[in-house]
Design a protein around this ligand. Structure first.
Ligand code: MG
Length: 289
């Protein structure tokens, strides 16, 4: 029943609950809690911690809600119909352009190295020596709580700790050139995450909407209900024969309205601000360095 953030404290990162717009540092056993993993693993709950004095968001530096990851971030490609169409018709999709590839018949899974994760407010490195086609993708991301393998559809949501926002930043030229997507999407700073992980009981997937603004202009807006492969299906398919572990993150895919969806494409430039909003998680804002 909580929105968990991580903020920079005097002695390192501190987990804080966001309540009524303020951040309240969590303490367990007389000490601050440095990372969200004890909560994700179920070793700590709200009842096990005490909260320090509220801090105004303007007085806190938000960090990515998790400080470490068990492995790379799982990502789903082309998981909204309108985005699948805009991507395939843009000419940047070298993974398959036949008619039968337009709308996937099974989840397309790739990953972003965890070294690409940055927090709210951190600068996205435009890597100008490597790409001139920088793009944004606002996405709802699942944080796995209880791990498991061969998870049944009916049990899938029981394995969700909560949800956060990921911006699946992409170098479109590298994505196209290398065919596999990891290099174009895995560069350092290409995985902004946050501002919070909101526990699953506070997120109603039936009414959740993904929005993305670039310099204040609304570019993406779609309900999560439009996902081709929904959250339970993704957990079932990813866990088939492969154990999911606590703290795994699954970015569920981006809606239509990315830069290559425009003609001509509208790529990001230094100084641009990308703001991805999913309530009740909040808004993840990052600027291009
Ligand atoms: Mg994506």
């Amino acid at each position: 029943m909580t929105a968990w953030c991580r903020i920079r404290g005097d002695a390192g990162p501190v987990v804080a609950a966001r309540q009524n717009g303020h951040l309240q540092p969590a303490r367990a056993g007389g000490r601050s809690v440095a990372d969200l993993h004890p909560f994700i693993r179920g070793e700590l709950g709200v009842a096990d911690v005490t909260f320090g004095a509220p801090i105004a968001p303007s007085d806190a530096e938000l960090l990515a809600p998790m400080g470490s990851f068990p492995r790379n971030i799982f990502c789903i490609g082309k998981n909204y119909r309108e985005h699948a169409l805009e991507f395939t018709t843009s000419g940047f999709d070298s993974s398959g352009t036949a008619a039968e590839d337009l709308i996937p018949t099974a989840p397309i899974v790739f990953s972003k190295p965890f070294t690409s994760v940055i927090g709210p407010g951190d600068l996205i490195d435009p890597h100008p020596h490597l790409t001139s086609m920088l793009d944004y993708e606002a996405e709802l991301a699942i944080v796995i709580g209880r791990g498991g393998r061969d998870i049944a559809l009916a049990d899938a949501l029981d394995h969700v700790f909560g949800y956060t926002i990921v911006n699946d930043v992409t170098a479109r030229d590298r994505q196209r050139h290398h065919r596999q997507w990891l290099l174009g999407k895995g560069m350092d700073t290409f995985c902004p995450m946050g501002p919070a992980v909101v526990t699953a009981d506070e997120v109603d997937l039936a009414s959740t909407v993904v929005e993305c603004r670039v310099n204040g202009e609304l570019r993406q807006k779609a309900p999560v209900a439009d996902l081709i492969f929904d959250v339970p299906t993704l957990i079932r398919d990813l866990s088939a024969g492969m154990t999911l572990v606590p703290g795994d993150v699954i970015a569920t895919g981006t809606p239509a309205g990315v830069g290559i969806g425009f003609d001509p494409p509208r790529f990001l430039r230094s100084g641009d601000e990308v703001a991805a909003t999913i309530e009740p998680i909040g808004t993840l804002t990052n600027r291009i360095g």
